[in-house]
Design a protein around this ligand. Sequence first.
Ligand code: THU
Length: 183
Amino acid sequence: MAHHSRQLILLLLFKLQNSNMEKEFTIRYKLIQEQHLAAVEQNLYDEAVAALEKSYSPYSNFKVACSILLENGAVVSGANQEVASYPVSLCAEGVALSAASSLHPGKGIQAMFIVTKNSTGIIRETVAPCGVCRQRIVEYETRQGKSISIYLLANTSNVVVFNSAKDLLPFAFDSHHLPIKNV
Ligand code: THU
């Protein structure tokens, strides 16, 4: 009897150790109709569209612009800056983030609006930031201890809003994984 129950326990332990648990998570985002944007959001959108003119993209002919709303209400924008040695080029998001933290040091970032344009005009589909830029935005979120809303255009006349860069970069690597504290 004792022998049997020991066998049963071992079997259960084996099953527990070997049961693969399937997990899932959900990414929530909002779809807002363009005409329903709040004034501050509309302004951020307009600033991003205007910043497309700052793009220097003779190699890709793909303009990207990013406007940033800071906690003090200031708006800063940037556009992609290409280099003949292609990988050296700067993405719009990185340019805008660097401009924001240089012009308004220590001021938190509330939101960013990213728009793209090719030879046919502003692209009305969801063009999301590249992986490197997602990592950059996560860094700013970690720095300020607050998430950043990311606005992108969608098809038709909708705008997509993510609450955080982490929604675009699940399982993100950040400073918490490093031994250095008090950064
Ligand atoms: N680009 C950005 O500015 N942001 C992104 O998130 C994706 C790509 C730029 C880099 C390059 O100048 C052009 O788009 C084509 O890759």
